[in-house]
Ligand binder design. Structure first.
Ligand SMILES: [Zn+2]
Ligand SMILES: [Zn+2]
Length: 145
């Protein structure tokens, strides 16, 4: 499935110290039900927007948290040191991309259209997801191009 959504949006963290601009074509949009996303989102999944690294610019200092992912890659989350809001993340598995959360654009994210649920093996049944959405136990077999 090819997304043709173009973003040109700026969003701020909860306290306003850091802003992020996303300008360019969305590569993919999906829900992730992994345990880390559950902790970070406070829900049963996170709503992910994948964009090219050069489409993202950040103003203000962020702190990073790096953790090993199940795949053996390292996953780095960039967050505001004042309020803790996640601005973006990236994985060593896909260094050309940046991982954003749709909720960062709260109030201005009607464009969000997830095309799959990944890590469905950890996704809790109480967190309702569109029944027609394709589900994958871990990652979708082929990586986004
Ligand atoms: Zn902040
Ligand atoms: Zn996840």
């Amino acid at each position: 499935m090819k997304n043709t959504i173009q973003l040109d949006q700026t969003a701020a963290c909860d306290c306003g110290a850091v802003t992020l601009s996303a300008r360019g074509q969305v590569v993919s949009m999906f829900q992730c039900g992994c345990k880390n996303c559950q902790k970070v989102s406070g829900s049963g999944h996170s709503s992910v927007v994948l964009m090219p690294a050069d489409a993202i610019s950040v103003v203000g200092a962020t702190k990073t948290f790096v953790r090993p992912a199940d795949s053996g890659a390292t996953f780095t989350r960039h967050f505001c040191p004042e309020c803790g809001t996640t601005l973006f993340a990236h994985s060593s598995r896909a260094p050309a991309f940046r991982i954003l959360l749709a909720g960062l654009f709260a109030g201005a994210n009607d464009w969000y259209r997830p095309n799959q649920l990944i890590f469905s093996r950890h996704h809790p049944v109480w967190d309702l997801i569109e029944a027609a959405l394709p589900r994958y136990e871990t990652y979708r077999p082929e990586k986004p191009a």
